[in-house]
Design a protein around this ligand. Structure first.
Ligand SMILES: C[S@@+](CC[C@H](N)C(=O)[O-])C[C@H]1O[C@@H](n2cnc3c(N)ncnc32)[C@H](O)[C@@H]1O
Length: 292
């Protein structure tokens, strides 16, 4: 990149570079990356478009843009992604939080509202800790656990909890047995289990954007044994024994999973409903054991 006269020119050059590399939202990413290189957020950048660029800032911006040009996700390049209004730290090896996952927080808040006591909440497959940390901060009175099979994820989740002063007990643990251990240890069931589990079928891998396919961890993306319903089924089979009276599960779904999820819940004796995300996709499964 030749030396730009000011931030405005740098932004234009960055956008053109990213467009040539086939980056879809080249303008937005140019703003985020140039802003990051200059130590400015997007709003500050727009207020400082005439600002001259130092040699060091240019080198910084070049490095960031080259990484993005190789299709590394912007969030990994900048080391952060906003979730529910907070900037979560992210890093390679851990899934980047997605906006549609915020719907789990909205529903969790609704379900736990007005209980008049401390509620117990667990997040299965916590990743960056975005759900567990946000629920710990947004619920009135909650004790929150987050489990993940990935040590890198739990380390990052702990860092995020510390960053926002959220009290969450994060553990490296495996699936349903990890949840069962929490229940056994505390001697009482959970009021809410949330999970955004891996639900992509291996056959879909080729249709994923390079940013996802080449950079995000397989264990966070792909459903075990190629079965997109694996984690929902496991939670429905074990959930009744893990939940308190009036307890619920909230599980994020893939874009074609809704109908199957409702049928599965019916077969396994749960009352259930689905919630649509902003794109109109049935994104969140909500269930309560029907027998209670
Ligand atoms: C789709 S990511 C969700 C991450 C985070 N909750 C979010 O919404 O951004 C799924 C997470 O499940 C974790 N995971 C996969 N298999 C697991 C297992 N057997 N037990 C616990 N966690 C698991 C992955 O490491 C990954 O962090």
């Amino acid at each position: 990149m030749p030396r730009p006269a000011d931030a405005r020119e740098m932004l234009r050059m960055a956008q053109e570079f990213l467009e040539r590399k086939g980056v879809e939202e080249a303008r937005l990413d140019a703003e985020l990356l140039v802003g990051h290189a200059l130590g400015l957020d997007r709003l500050q950048l727009f207020c400082e478009l005439e600002r001259p660029i130092s040699g060091k800032e240019l080198d910084n911006a070049r490095d960031l843009l080259v990484r993005r040009g190789r299709r590394e996700p912007t969030a990994y390049v900048t080391g952060k992604r906003e979730f529910y209004g907070r900037d979560f730290a992210v890093k390679s090896g851990v899934l980047i939080p997605r906006p549609e996952t915020e719907l789990l927080v909205d529903r969790g808040r609704e379900l736990m509202k007005g209980r008049g006591r401390e509620v117990a909440v667990a997040d299965l497959g916590t990743g960056s800790g975005c759900l567990a940390v946000t629920l710990a901060l947004e619920l009135e009175d909650a004790r929150v656990w987050g489990i993940d099979i990935s040590g890198d994820a739990v380390e990052l989740a702990r860092e995020n909890a510390q960053r926002f002063e959220a009290e969450v007990d994060f553990r490296v643990a495996d699936g349903i047995s990890g949840l069962a251990n929490i229940v056994t240890e505390r001697g009482a069931a959970l009021d809410l289990i949330v999970s955004n589990p891996p639900y992509i079928e291996p056959a879909e891998a080729e249709s994923l954007a390079p940013e996802v396919r080449e950079y995000e961890p397989e264990i966070a993306l792909f459903a075990p044994e190629g079965d997109p319903d694996h984690w929902l089924r496991a939670l429905l089979e074990a959930g009744e024994g893990l939940l308190s009276n009036g307890g619920s599960i909230l599980v994020e779904l893939g874009h074609q999973q809704g109908e199957r999820a409702i049928a599965l819940a019916g077969d396994l004796g749960w009352s259930a409903c689905l919630h649509k995300d902003l794109a109109g996709i049935e994104r969140v499964f909500e269930g309560q054991p029907a027998a209670r």
